[in-house]
Design a protein around this ligand. Structure first.
Ligand SMILES: C[C@@](CO)(OP(=O)(O)O)[C@H](O)COP(=O)(O)OP(=O)(O)OC[C@H]1O[C@@H](n2ccc(N)nc2=O)[C@H](O)[C@@H]1O
Ligand SMILES: Nc1ncnc2c1ncn2[C@@H]1O[C@H](COP(=O)(O)OP(=O)(O)O)[C@@H](O)[C@H]1O
Length: 313
């Protein structure tokens, strides 16, 4: 690969967000020959998540403010960094530090989002200029959810989540409850009682407020029944949210569950009534990922003048 032009490589460090996602609905429409499941899902990106710090450094290192997840070679941040080095032949290093806020195995995509932030942040730090499509294809090798975080738009997803169609959604407020258990995605997908043949639906041509509500009412999460059975705290969280707010749903393969609220105040009021031993966060869905917003700000600071970079495509 062509070495990066030194003028484009940032001399100092920076920090970028790794936002959470919710699956507002998740339908399993079939099982493929390779054992993976075909899905239809509606992803929204939230204004709450982890933060990844980047600093130029000789070697590639990762630290974390918490013991979990371990900062070993399995960590998705390091795996993303190594994949990017391999794909481009880049030999630069970086000192990475992860501020972990999202629960692992929570269905809010923390690991996948960390990986996407590592890909975009190192692409910037190392001056690689890879397109979002290229970064998303690399990300897909790390996990089915990485591409949506790379593209940074709320999206309707099909296939295993890699066929993405960006959608404009009205902003929403959520209370996201973490029932305190980690759910293995593989465990849910291998369960004998999982519903695997929900008929595929057609995404409405435009998602105004009324069609959006109709889509959500028509939708559900096929993983919920299995997660409720295997993990009683998930069942309890869904019951509590349904009683208190209505419209309770699980995200991804669990464990987190959420309800949509009328606004920030309603979400915070409900959070104050949360039963002891559970944690929860209030978040708003964003049109453009906080990661992409932060990258645009960073570029504007480093290279004042008209924007020319293609990352927002
Ligand atoms: C189903 C979703 C919805 O967002 O659940 P969450 O993980 O977010 O809860 C994701 O697409 C998950 O994506 P991700 O967490 O990246 O899963 P992967 O690491 O790719 O897959 C873990 C394992 O789950 C199974 N798997 C995953 C995705 C899929 N469409 N079909 C599957 O059967 C496979 O056994 C795979 O080995
Ligand atoms: N940086 C990371 N943050 C969170 N989990 C990670 C990370 N790197 C690897 N993992 C592993 O990925 C798995 C899935 O984590 P995560 O993406 O947070 O869950 P989910 O897909 O349910 O939202 C966890 O079991 C964890 O061990």
């Amino acid at each position: 690969m062509t070495p990066a032009s030194p003028a484009k490589v940032p001399a100092t460090g920076f920090a970028l967000p790794a936002p959470a996602k919710l699956n507002l609905l998740l339908h399993i429409t079939g099982r493929r020959a390779d054992g993976y499941h075909d899905l239809q899902t509606l992803f929204v990106l939230l204004d709450h998540g982890d933060t990844l710090h980047f600093r130029p450094h000789d070697a590639l290192t990762l630290t974390c403010d918490r013991p979990d997840p371990p900062v070993d070679e399995h960590n998705l941040v390091l795996r993303a960094a190594r994949l990017l080095q391999q794909a481009t032949g880049c030999r630069q290093g970086a000192a990475l530090h992860l501020e972990k806020r999202l629960p692992a195995g929570g269905g809010v995509g923390g690991g996948s989002s960390d990986a996407a932030t590592a890909l975009l942040g190192l692409n910037h730090l190392w001056g690689l200029d890879l397109s979002l499509d290229r970064l998303a294809a690399l990300g897909l090798q790390l996990g089915a959810d990485v591409p949506v975080f790379v593209h940074g738009r709320n999206a309707w997803a099909e296939g295993v989540g890699e066929r993405l169609q960006a959608v404009d959604l009205p902003p929403q407020w959520f209370l996201v409850v973490n029932p305190g258990v980690a759910v293995s995605t593989a465990r849910i997908f291998s369960d004998g009682e999982l519903t695997r043949h929900t008929p595929a639906i057609t995404l409405p041509a435009s998602l105004g407020a009324a069609t959006f509500e109709a889509l959500l009412n028509q939708g559900h999460n096929d993983c919920e029944a299995v997660a409720r059975r295997l993990f009683p705290p998930v069942d309890q969280a869904l019951e509590w949210l349904q009683r208190e707010a209505g419209n309770a749903r699980m995200t991804g393969t669990g464990a987190c569950c959420f309800a949509r609220l009328a606004g920030a105040q309603a979400a915070r009021d409900l959070q104050r009534r949360l039963p002891e031993n559970w944690t929860a966060f209030v978040a708003r869905s964003t049109e453009l990922s906080p990661l992409h917003e932060a990258l645009a700000t960073l570029r504007a600071k480093e290279h004042p003048g008209p924007a020319s970079y293609d990352d927002a495509t």
